[in-house]
Write a protein that binds this ligand. Structure first.
Ligand SMILES: Nc1ncnc2c1ncn2[C@@H]1O[C@H](COP(=O)(O)OP(=O)(O)OP(=O)(O)O)[C@@H](O)[C@H]1O
Ligand SMILES: [Mg+2]
Length: 394
């Protein structure tokens, strides 16, 4: 049992959401901004602050964690100490919960009852002073904390440094999916100057492709995931610009392939993983298609034959065969092209024009959301059922 090494996954821990890669690709600009914002802390021990914001899966948490690790290592190399604590405010959503967690960082035996927030803040100040090191507090998902009316805490934490004996100080990194400037009061907002904002935009398709490649290199057996499958995963996660979805797709795809017989990840494994995560291909979307478009889509799905893309010429050939099978007249190329565009508009397939090595440009069709075999099966069921279509018996 368990003697045989996995053919696909080399190190599953590299796909966990807790894993912090050594290099966060495409977040160099944000990291540089944070370096600028925290230079006064590293060079003069002055408290600093940053507010990281951007939508889901844009790398805010992982960048903040990498940054804190690297900053602490840099300080250590200069003989300076630094304490850092990351608090997820979704888990600790009260002022009491946050301060308690900070205190426990210094004193793991601190009791969870019997002290007011003010008592605990005083104790925290003392403990931080005793440590004689700057403290960096990362409040992740800070919007949850601020929503529940804890505006004051940000102010109190940012003011704590004024009462502290250097070199102890408290620096803050707030992370949120939303702009929280309207949620923190003016006094805290002034310590969180607008200039301290670090924006995290959604990742582009190509950035996601690079993230997928770098994570696959770390987590998967070399060669288990082909560049074509990486392209497909990037296409699948592009709509949301969300790296979490991209990494979840790698994980699901790899575990589906692990159970398969191929010994490598196929395009269909990727599609199955995507269908599990986000099924954009709802039954009703397919049922709403008229039979001509159903036939065109059936032709495309049958012509994929396990590859990630198919040229429109190859799909059109299969279309002629499919029409014959269903006793329908195959439409001309321009009409077929219109069907393809309509199907793309409905989000059922995607097209891309590529320049070929031997010259000329070719349109390729892909079906990112569902394994084509599964799509073909659904369409065959629909086409076999009497539909009441006026134009044909389907
Ligand atoms: N640039 C990147 N390079 C490598 N991995 C990344 C990158 N950006 C994000 N990730 C990975 O994607 C996942 C989501 O990232 P992270 O948790 O940092 O997102 P987030 O912006 O904090 O999202 P949320 O707002 O939902 O908390 C994590 O597994 C993280 O390691
Ligand atoms: Mg996060």
């Amino acid at each position: 049992m368990f003697e045989k090494a996995s053919a696909i996954i080399k190190d599953g821990s590299k796909l966990s959401f807790d894993y912090v890669p050594a290099r966060i690709v495409h977040r160099e600009e944000q990291t540089r901004r944070m370096e600028t914002l925290f230079r006064p802390l590293v060079e003069e021990g002055r408290p600093c602050s940053a507010f990281l914001f951007g939508s889901v899966g844009t790398g805010k948490t992982v960048t903040a964690r990498r940054f804190c690790e690297d900053m602490a290592a840099h300080c250590a190399s200069k003989g300076l100490g630094m304490e850092r604590v990351l608090i997820n405010c979704r888990i600790r959503s009260t002022e009491h919960g946050v301060i308690y967690h900070l205190l426990r960082h210094y004193d793991p035996g601190w009791p969870d009852r019997g002290f007011s927030a003010d008592d605990m803040l005083r104790a925290l100040r003392k403990k931080a002073e005793q440590s004689a090191k700057p403290l960096v507090v990362v409040l992740d998902e800070a919007d949850v904390l601020l929503k529940s009316g804890n505006r004051d805490l940000v102010y109190q934490l940012s003011r704590l440094s004024e009462e502290m004996r250097p070199p102890a100080s408290v620096s803050l990194i707030l992370i949120s999916q939303y702009s929280v400037s309207e949620k923190i009061d003016d006094a805290s907002a002034s310590s969180f100057k607008r200039a301290n904002t670090v924006r995290f935009d959604r990742y582009t398709r190509d950035e996601l492709r690079d993230i997928i490649e770098s994570r696959a290199e770390e987590a998967l057996v070399q060669g288990a995931m082909s560049p074509e499958v990486m392209d497909l995963l990037a296409d699948m996660s592009r709509e949301y610009g969300d790296a979490r979805l991209a990494i979840e797709l790698i994980e699901r795809t790899a575990s589906i392939a692990e159970g398969g017989a191929e010994g490598r990840i196929t395009a269909d494994d990727a599609r199955s993983a995507n269908a599990m995560i986000y099924s954009n291909v709802s039954e009703s979307k397919l049922a709403d298609l008229d039979c001509k478009r159903k036939l065109a889509l059936l032709a495309v799905s049958r012509s994929m034959k396990g590859s990630p893309f198919v040229s429109i010429t190859a799909a059109e050939k299969t279309y002629a065969v499919v029409c014959e099978e269903y006793g329908q007249e195959a439409r001309k190329h321009t009409q077929f092209w219109t069907y393809i565009q309509d199907l793309e508009g409905a989000g059922l397939l995607e097209t891309a024009v590529r320049s070929e090595a031997e010259g000329g440009r070719v349109t390729y069709i892909s079906i990112p959301d569902i394994p084509p075999k599964e799509l073909a099966r659904k369409l065959e069921i629909l086409l076999d059922a009497p539909s009441g279509c006026d134009e044909c018996r389907y």
